[in-house]
Write a protein that binds this ligand. Structure first.
Ligand code: GLC
Ligand code: GLC
Length: 649
C-alpha cells in the first residue's frame, strides 16, 4: 500500500543526511522508495506488536542509509555494471571454489600469488571459508565467530583481505564470504556480557533460568551434532542459565525476536558488502527462527527475515547476491527462493543439496531413477534465481532426499539409505569407497557421511592396492560426478583439492580441537610441491586438473549452460543413464551420464523426442562426432562415461 508519511519521512532523512537525490544518489533514492513500504511491512510482521517497533524501524532505515553511504565508489560502479547484466550470476562464465585460506596456502598474504593457478583452472569466484575471529580451540572451522569484523590473526588482517580483493578485482574474480547469522561463539562480547548477567545481552540469545522450556524445546527439535554436542541447550555456569546451542555447545543461537539482534546483524551484512563481497553465503538460514512445539527449522519467520535482508541489501548494496545455505528437505530448499508475491525475491542462490546427494545415490547404485524423479522439486526453482551446484564441500553429505522417490524406484527407503551408507563407508561388498559416518544418532540411527570426493570415488583404496585399473575407474567416477554438476544450470562450486584428487586426511584425529568432528578428514592441507604433478602426463593430478579445467572451459564456451530455466530432463530409456538437454534459442546440448559400472545402451530415438531431430551430435568432451542412428540402434556409453553433445541438423 502506498504510504505517504513513510516516504515523506525518508525523504526528510535523506535530505538531512545531505544525499543528492536528484543527482549522484538518485539510483539509491529510487531503490529505497521502491522498497520502503515492503521493508516496513516485513519488519512489522515480526516486530510490529512491540511498543517500540516504530523506533526500531527508524533505526533500521538509518542502517540502510549508512550501508549505502559507507559503500566505496568503486563498488557503486560495480553495482551498476551488475545491474546492467540482470542477474549477473546466471551466466555460464562463473565457476567457484571453496577453500580454507590457511589450509590452501597458509595466509591471506599468500593468496594473491595463487590467483593465477585458480585462473588457469577457470575459477573466478572464491569462497573463502570463515576468516573472522574465532577461538582456535572451538571454532567449528570458523563458524563460531567471536568478532564479526576482525579477521582472525591466523589468516592475516582486514587490510590483507582488502588487498586480496583488489587483486581479485583486477583479475575479474568474484568474492564470496559467509555471514554466520544463526549464532555466535560463546566468546563473542555479547555472549560474555550475557554470562556476566547483563539482561540486555542475555536477550541477544535464548536463555532460560531452568530446564522447563529447554526440555519442551528439545522434545521437538532434532539434534545436529548428537555425538559431540547432544541436545540443543548448554548450561552456562557463570550466570546459572541454560542457553540454546543448536550446533556445538560453544555456538549460541542468536535471538531474532529481538530487533536489536536483527539490526546489528544487518549492519554486519553491510560491513561485508562494503569489503566488496559479491556473493554473501548466509550460513544455516533455516535455523534462524525458533518456536516452541516445532522443529525450529524452515519457519515462516525465518523466510520473512531473509526477505527483509534481501530488500535492505537491494537498496544499499544491490550488487551483492545472497546465497542461502539451507541444507534441508528438497521441498523446503526451494522455498528459500521465495514464495507467492516474494517468488524470486528472497535468496538469489541456494545450494543444490538435493542434486548433490542424488548423484552420490546414483553412483552407489548405478541406477539414476531416484535422481530423475528428484528433479520434481529441483525444477521448481524460479527464473532469475540459481543453484550452487557441487559434489563435495567442507560439510558432510546428508541423504535428505524424499523417501517417496526411493519407494518409486522400488527400494525400501530405510534399507536403501543404509545401503548407501554402507557403500560409502566401504562396508558394502564390492565398494571401493573410504568414507565415514558423521553424527550418528543412537536414538534414531540417523547419520550422514564424511569423506573427500576422491576417497568416496575409490581413489584412496585403489592407490593403496596399487591397482591401475581401479585408479582409472575412480578418476572416471570423479569426472563424471563433476561433469554432472557442472553442466546443470547454476554456479559450479568446486571444493579445493578435489581438482587434484586429494584423498582423506586422517591427521585431524591427533588434534583435540578437531578429533570430535570427522568432517576434517575431507578438508585437506595443500602441498604445493605435489601440485607440480599436473605436469606429469597420466598422473591422477594431471588427469583431474586438466579434466576439471576442460569441463569448466566447455561450460564457459556455450550460452546453453547459463541458467535461464533452459533445462529439460530426458525421458528415461535406460536407468543407468541420467540425461538432460540444455538449450539456448535454436541450440541444444544433450548431456548424458552413465552411472553404471558397465556399458549402457541408449536408443537413438532418445534424440528424436524433443523437437527437431539432429542428424549429428558433437561431443565436446571427447571431441568426436556421432551420426544419429536408427531407432532400433544404440549409442553405447562406456562405464562412467559422459557425453556433452551439441545437436547438429
Ligand atoms: C553451516 C556450516 C557448517 C557449520 C554449521 C554451523 O552448516 O556449513 O560447517 O558447522 O553451519 O555454523
Ligand atoms: C545440518 C545443517 C546444515 C549444516 C550441517 C553441518 O545438516 O542443516 O546447515 O551444514 O548440519 O553438518
Amino acid at each position: 500500500m502506498y504510504d505517504f508519511s513513510l516516504h515523506k519521512s525518508l525523504d526528510q532523512l535523506l535530505k538531512e543526511k545531505g544525499l543528492q537525490i536528484q543527482d549522484k544518489d538518485n539510483a539509491f533514492y529510487i531503490r529505497l522508495m521502491a522498497n520502503a513500504s515492503a521493508i516496513r511491512s516485513l519488519f512489522f510482521e515480526i516486530y510490529g506488536h512491540r511498543a517500540d517497533a516504530q523506533a526500531y524501524l527508524d533505526q533500521l532505515n538509518q542502517t540502510i542509509l549508512s550501508g549505502y553511504q559507507n559503500r566505496p565508489e568503486r563498488m557503486k560502479e560495480k553495482d551498476q555494471e551488475k545491474e546492467g547484466k540482470t542477474n549477473w550470476f546466471l551466466s555460464p562464465d562463473i565457476t567457484g571454489m571453496s577453500l580454507y585460506v590457511d589450509r590452501f596456502c597458509g595466509h591471506l598474504n599468500n593468496m594473491p600469488d595463487k590467483l593465477a593457478y585458480l585462473k588457469h583452472l577457470g575459477v573466478n569466484l572464491l569462497h573463502l571459508m570463515p576468516l573472522f575471529e574465532s577461538p582456535a580451540s572451538e571454532s567449528d572451522g570458523g563458524y563460531a565467530v567471536s568478532d564479526f569484523r576482525k579477521v582472525d590473526s591466523r589468516f592475516g588482517s582486514l587490510e590483507d583481505l582488502e588487498r586480496l580483493r583488489e587483486k581479485m578485482d583486477e583479475n575479474g574474480q568474484y568474492l564470496m564470504l559467509d555471514i554466520v547469522l544463526n549464532h555466535t561463539s560463546r566468546q563473542h562480547p555479547w555472549a560474555v556480557r550475557a554470562k556476566n548477567g547483563e539482561a540486555d545481552y542475555q536477550d541477544y540469545y535464548y536463555m532460560f533460568p531452568d530446564r522447563h522450556l529447554p526440555d519442551q524445546f528439545d522434545h521437538y527439535m532434532p539434534e545436529i551434532f548428537p555425538e559431540s554436542s547432544p541436545g540443543n541447550f548448554t548450561y552456562v555456569e557463570e550466570c546459572g542459565k541454560w542457553v540454546m546451542s543448536v550446533f556445538h555447545y560453544y555456538q549460541w543461537d542468536l535471538n531474532y525476536t529481538n530487533p536489536r539482534v536483527f539490526i546489528e546483524m544487518l549492519d554486519t551484512i553491510y560491513f561485508y558488502a562494503n569489503i566488496g563481497v559479491d556473493i554473501l553465503r548466509i550460513d544455516a538460514p533455516a535455523f534462524i527462527w525458533k518456536q516452541l512445539g516445532t522443529a525450529c527449522q524452515n519457519l515462516y519467520q525465518a523466510h520473512i527475515i531473509l526477505r527483509l535482508i534481501k530488500l535492505c541489501v537491494q537498496c544499499s548494496t544491490p550488487g551483492m547476491a545472497l546465497l542461502g545455505e539451507a541444507i534441508v528437505a528438497p521441498s523446503a530448499i526451494i522455498k528459500y527462493f521465495g514464495t507467492d508475491a516474494f517468488t524470486a525475491r528472497e535468496c538469489d542462490l541456494a545450494y543444490n543439496a538435493t542434486q548433490m546427494a542424488l548423484q552420490w545415490d546414483a553412483l552407489a547404485t548405478g541406477n539414476t531413477q531416484i535422481m530423475v524423479s528428484g528433479q520434481h522439486d529441483i525444477l521448481q526453482k524460479p527464473y532469475g534465481c540459481s543453484w550452487i551446484n557441487y559434489t563435495r564441500c567442507h560439510d558432510d553429505i546428508g541423504l535428505a532426499y524424499d523417501d517417496y522417490f526411493v519407494q518409486l524406484a522400488g527400494y525400501n527407503p530405510w534399507d536403501h539409505k543404509n545401503f548407501i551408507k554402507n557403500y560409502y563407508t566401504g562396508y558394502q561388498h564390492g565398494s571401493d569407497a573410504s568414507g565415514a559416518l558423521f553424527s550418528y544418532n543412537p536414538r534414531n540411527h540417523d547419520s550422514r557421511l564424511s569423506g573427500s570426493l576422491a576417497s568416496l570415488c575409490g581413489l584412496e583404496k585403489s592407490i593403496q592396492q596399487n591397482n591401475p585399473e581401479k585408479i582409472q575407474k575412480s578418476l572416471h567416477k570423479i569426472l563424471l560426478m563433476q561433469a554432472n554438476s557442472i553442466f546443470l544450470g547454476g554456479i559450479p562450486m568446486l571444493f579445493y583439492g578435489d581438482e587434484l584428487g586429494y584423498t582423506n586426511d586422517y591427521s585431524f584425529l591427533q588434534d583435540p580441537s578437531k578429533s570430535y568432528d570427522n568432517r576434517w578428514m575431507h578438508r585437506p592441507i595443500i602441498d604445493w610441491d605435489r601440485t607440480q604433478k599436473i605436469g606429469e602426463l597420466g598422473s591422477p593430478e594431471e588427469i583431474l586438473f586438466n579434466g576439471t579445467r576442460k569441463l569448466i572451459s566447455i561450460r564457459k564456451s556455450h550460452p546453453a549452460f547459463g541458467d535461464y530455466k533452459n533445462i529439460g530432463w530426458l525421458a528415461p530409456h535406460n536407468d543407468y543413464i541420467a540425461g538432460f538437454i540444455r538449450d539456448f534459442y535454436e541450440r541444444k546440448v544433450y548431456c548424458l551420464f552413465n552411472y553404471k559400472d558397465q556399458d549402457a545402451y541408449l536408443t537413438w530415438f532418445a534424440f528424436k523426442q524433443n523437437g527437431n531431430s539432429p542428424s549429428h551430435l558433437f561431443d565436446y568432451w571427447e571431441e568426436r562426432e556421432y551420426t544419429v542412428g536408427l531407432d532400433h540402434e544404440y549409442l553405447i556409453l562406456r562405464p562412467y562415461q559422459f557425453l556433452i553433445l551439441e545437436a547438429k541438423y
